[in-house]
Ligand binder design. Structure first.
Ligand SMILES: [Zn+2]
Length: 55
């Protein structure tokens, strides 16, 4: 399941949500702390860099 990280502009807290893409695209994301929809998405720790391989 995709995992998204969000920031609530109202209570200034970060939270994560595990959503289907449909839920995400329909904007069904609410802050679990204050129930606000005034949030922005963060893209942190999403791409894991595996550049070095020590055989
Ligand atoms: Zn909030």
């Amino acid at each position: 399941m995709p995992h998204y990280e969000f920031f609530c502009r109202d209570c200034k807290k970060f939270f994560d949500q595990i959503l289907s893409l449909v839920d995400y695209e329909e904007g069904e994301v609410k802050c679990p702390h204050c129930d606000s929809t005034n949030i922005e998405q963060r893209w942190s720790a999403f791409s894991v860099i595996t550049s070095k391989k020590s055989a």
